[in-house]
Design a protein around this ligand. Structure first.
Ligand code: NAP
Length: 286
């Protein structure tokens, strides 16, 4: 392996120190701790783990965490009424709803239902619109984490060839806007790129590679350009082991920087969620 490991934990430690200071300022202005309501719908062991890590992180940062676990059968109108009650609850500064949702609930409608001022994930159309215009109020947590990892390499993204693989609404699409804002020449590959067998062709020129698909070893190590920065967002369980979307060993021989899975993007996303809680609380002070 010649690549340097781009680890999320040390960056998360630094970010949490910054958040702690902001929490203390916001707490004195609000006369209460900033508070997040996390909504879990249905039982899902992976979601349980994610909520546990959110609750732990919130407690470390002196942020109040309300965990609401609802039945997977909750009708959409009842869920939206519950979200309304949180929107109107002055104790609650930010809302997070765990995805994926049961099939009978429309995630786009749900994102619209969360107050844009309490939107911990930055997925309300008003917040995405602000991101589009380069005036982000709140940035979706995973793309924000990816940008922090890229920043930690010290490499200026201006004019760099960046390729994102995966065009999801929560990762690939908002990330493309953040990279464009840094003047990276940004290409987004998706399922149709893969179907035409063109992903490797795009990666030939990629100085920055971000993969967020959720398919183990989708990206072959030999496709990575010498000296590239590789951020592997994917999380896949293979033989009881967590792996990313990139063939790590081979890619690490060619890349200059590469994120481990686990230990890359993951440790940062919860910290970014907490940063968004504090920013939402500040918005409500205005
Ligand atoms: P998602 O909503 O399922 O999106 C996956 C995207 O990949 C979709 O846009 C899909 O396109 C595209 N895709 C499917 N097959 C492809 C192919 N062969 N080539 C290129 N693109 C392809 O998933 P997500 O929420 O973005 O998450 C992606 C992965 O990142 C998952 O493994 C997830 O667990 C992980 N993740 C990790 C973190 C973290 O904190 N570490 C945070 C978020 C997500 P279509 O929709 O058109 O099929």
């Amino acid at each position: 392996m010649s690549a340097r490991l781009l680890e999320g934990k040390p960056i998360a430690v630094k970010i949490k120190d910054e958040i702690r200071k902001e929490v203390s300022e916001v707490t004195s202005k609000l006369s209460k701790k900033p508070t997040i309501a996390g909504v879990q719908i249905g039982d899902n062991p992976a979601a349980d783990v994610y909520f546990k890590s959110q609750i732990k992180c919130a407690s470390e940062l002196d942020i109040e965490y309300q965990h609401h676990k609802l039945s997977a059968e909750i009708p959409q109108n009842e869920l939206f009424a519950f979200i309304d009650s949180l929107n109107n609850n002055t104790r609650v500064n930010a809302l997070f709803v765990q995805m994926p949702l049961p099939a009978h609930i429309d995630s786009r409608l749900l994102y619209r239902h969360i107050s844009p001022l309490k939107d911990a994930e930055g997925m309300h159309p008003e917040n995405l619109g602000k991101l589009f215009f380069g005036k982000a109020r709140v940035i979706p947590c995973t793309p924000r984490s990816i940008m922090e990892l890229l920043k930690a390499t010290g490499i200026n993204l201006y004019g760099k060839e960046a390729v994102i693989v995966g065009h999801s609404e929560i990762v690939g699409k908002p990330l493309s806007l953040l990279l464009l804002e840094q003047f990276a020449t940004t290409t987004v590959c998706h399922i149709a790129t893969g179907e035409r067998g063109l992903t490797a062709e795009h990666l030939k020129h990629a100085e920055v590679v971000v993969v967020a698909v959720g398919r183990a070893n989708l990206i072959k190590g030999e496709w990575i350009k010498e000296g590239a920065i590789v951020v592997d967002v994917g999380i896949n369980r293979v033989n009881d082991k967590l792996v990313g979307d990139v063939e790590f060993e081979e890619a690490a021989k060619r890349a200059a920087w590469i994120t481990p899975v686990p230990g890359g993007v993951g440790p940062l996303t919860v910290a970014m969620l907490m940063r968004n809680v504090v920013e939402a609380a500040k918005l409500q002070l205005c």
